[in-house]
Design a protein around this ligand. Structure first.
Ligand SMILES: [Zn+2]
Length: 307
């Protein structure tokens, strides 16, 4: 882990996939100022996409990349299924491309075979038409990302209000250098099953969990390549699917480096335990400009204006 990527990561942390604990970054004053701002293409894309309550009546497509794009023809994960519940329904982020909804349902059936797990509690996926969000995430924009809670579901009849108020649980100890005593073999098995799924391109989880998986794995290690250590991600793990084959306009992230990535994760852990001195020559992280509709692929305008 280089200093540059540490710095980059720290900047990312502020706006990354924050899960249940992400603070609101938006004031209602900001919203109304934007409503009167005029020209659509210069309005903040998060205001436009954050205001959409339904998917677009188009065929399913992702336009752009995970952190700069939108979604056509998104579908909703049912709020409750035989082996899952969607959480935080008020956010209306249980939308995704059909492939992602299928994946989440499949993974939830696998999770339900683990002792003490009735299935999965599913956190944020995407907004109805994807795009940047008013709060909480930089990615999750094209319907191919899903946050899965670490909390083992012991019941699947949570009410709406329980789903707003129950919190997931943290799996980390020592700032993410290690897993704590809540982490179980079942977490390992569920993350492993997710990583082995050919639809999945990578999974983000805190560094201590990656190292724990590296140390526990005695069999095939090839799936570990997809388990990527990242900041946060100790209340949930984040699954990112690859662009579906033939979906033009969907921009994949370059694949993870070759190998199982275990040495890099261990180095990250070492840096948590013994932080290297700050680099006086490190460039200052640039404040990130808000995305406008003009920054997104052209198709995203049609996604917004579609029925
Ligand atoms: Zn996420």
């Amino acid at each position: 882990m280089t200093r540059f990527s540490l710095l980059f990561g720290l900047a990312f942390l502020l706006t990354a996939c924050g899960g249940a604990e992400a603070p609101s970054s938006n004031s209602s004053a900001g919203v109304s100022a934007n409503r009167s701002a005029g020209v659509l293409s210069t309005r903040q894309a998060k205001q436009l996409f954050g205001g959409m309550s339904n998917g677009s009546a188009q065929s399913a497509a992702a336009y752009g990349g995970y952190a700069k794009g939108c979604m056509a023809g998104g579908v909703q994960l049912a709020e409750t299924g035989p082996t899952w519940q969607a959480m935080r329904l008020s956010r209306n982020r249980n939308w995704a491309l059909p492939v992602t909804v299928d994946f989440v349902q499949d993974l939830s059936r696998i999770a339900a075979r683990e002792p003490g797990w009735k299935g999965l509690y599913v956190g944020d996926m995407s907004q109805p038409r994807g795009g940047p969000m008013l709060t909480g995430h930089r990615s999750h924009q094209i319907g191919l990302d899903a946050d899965i809670w670490m909390l083992p579901p012991d019941r699947l009849n949570l009410t709406r209000s329980e789903r707003e108020n129950i919190s997931s649980i943290s799996m980390r100890r020592a700032n993410g250098a290690f897993t704590n005593d809540k982490w179980t073999k079942s977490h390992h098995n569920i993350l492993k099953a997710a990583a082995k799924d050919p639809r999945v391109s990578r999974i983000f989880v805190f560094p201590g969990a990656k190292v724990a998986m590296c140390n526990a794995e005695k069999g095939d290690r090839s799936y570990l390549r997809k388990i990527r250590p990242w900041w946060g991600h100790h209340y949930h793990f984040h699954v990112r699917l690859s662009c579906p084959r033939g979906m033009r306009g969907c921009v994949d992230q370059s694949p993870p480096p070759r190998g199982d990535g275990c040495a890099d994760a261990q180095q990250w852990v070492n840096n948590i335990l013994n932080p290297p001195p700050p680099d006086p020559n490190a460039p200052k992280p640039k404040p990130r400009r808000e995305l406008t509709l003009g920054d997104l692929p052209a198709q995203c305008s049609a996604v917004l204006s579609s029925n």
